[in-house]
Design a binder for this molecule. Sequence first.
Ligand SMILES: Cc1cc2nc3c(=O)[nH]c(=O)nc-3n(C[C@H](O)[C@H](O)[C@H](O)COP(=O)(O)OP(=O)(O)OC[C@H]3O[C@@H](n4cnc5c(N)ncnc54)[C@H](O)[C@@H]3O)c2cc1C
Length: 425
Amino acid sequence: MSARRDEQADAVVVGAGLTGLVAAVRLARAAGRGRRVLLLEAGGEPGGRARTTEHHGFRLGLGPRAVYRTTRDGLRALGVRVPGRSPRLGGSQALRDGALHPGYAAAGPLLRTPLLTARERIAVARLLGLARGRTDLAGTDAAQWLGERLPTERARQAAFAVLRMSSYTGRPDLIGADALSLHFAEVRRGVEYVDGGWRTLTEALLARARELGVDVRTGRRCAAVEGGARPRLVTADGQAVRARSVVLAGLPQHAAHQLLGLAGPGQGPPLARPLHTACLDVALSRLPNPRSTLVYGVDEPLYLSVFSATARLAPEGGAVLHLARYDDGAGLDAAEVRKRLYELLDLSQPGWRDAVVHERFLPRITTMTALPEARTGGLTGRPGIRVSGHQGVFVAGDWVGPHGLLANACMLSGIRAAEAAAARL
Ligand SMILES: Cc1cc2nc3c(=O)[nH]c(=O)nc-3n(C[C@H](O)[C@H](O)[C@H](O)COP(=O)(O)OP(=O)(O)OC[C@H]3O[C@@H](n4cnc5c(N)ncnc54)[C@H](O)[C@@H]3O)c2cc1C
């Protein structure tokens, strides 16, 4: 049997989600013209979990998405603008005991909320207002942190409701308090909803990558990677590519380990637990109650936001809403979760059923492939971009590096991995 010759490239990025797109653009910029950079994506289109679908002119993300400052600044540095605005917290509502109350996510309303006593309000305001991001909390979980800082269970629940909305984490007993407090400090710097959805960002990154000469190939699943001075990568259809650098971008840790042959028992570092969320994405021909645009649960991990009240996502008069139930470990089945999301819609937007253009229920989408848990050292316990024993191979994604949660971690690790990969060319 005649062996096919390996294709030659300077660098290969595997995975064209947000991390891979960022890494490909940064790598191509750092490498300069004339270098061969490949971007291989297993799926039929780039974007990964940042994809946005279109239905009769409505743009629906796969669940709610807000861009944090670090991501926005990183995108700008790569030449990608983020068109959109910040949602208003002013008219938010808090759901407790099955009823809607004035929200308290902003400082003024917090100091007036009847949901807490004066002592509780001050303690929560202090915690949320002063949570500047604490790196010294790495081994402490959020439940312990809130327990030490807040006087009552009700105050802890009220504070966590706001922290949960900012981080998607319904498990204060697991997440490192460092990760939660640093992320909240980041969210306080402002978030933005994007006109056209996150597809606007992935399309702009893809265009940038192509402009810089990146060869983007979809429908190409990478099946194995051998490290070394010149790593060799084999795709599922049997093609092999040799390159000076390979970046595994956005693959969950276990999938990256599998490609590298590190997935056997006892091999590689212990794997962290993923975080899932149930999402209901809804397009309505009209919004029944324009006064209810942001609701967060206090005693149940629920969320509703009318994204189209902030960003351009719907045709004139229409509305795009995203609802979520954060995983709190209660183990509810999908039908029960969906029922609770419908109940929230009934409460916030009575009559919504008569205006449905499209709806999509995602019972269990992966929000984070690895939760930075207190037991594994929080953010500082996460692996770095280098893989021991695999020279020339770098990893990036939401589980990599000591900084950032969610897309911020993708952005920061994607840039670092790309720079390290480019330095080898
Ligand atoms: C419901 C929800 C809400 C979120 N909200 C926010 C938010 O408000 N703010 C925020 O900052 N972040 C948020 N996130 C997180 C953010 O969307 C993700 O961190 C980010 O999109 C992940 O990008 P990624 O490229 O790392 O991974 P992915 O998007 O998963 O991309 C990985 C890509 O690699 C490809 N791939 C996998 N294996 C292979 C292989 N063997 N060969 C080739 N290709 C392969 C996949 O097909 C995929 O396209 C949210 C996520 C979810 C699910």
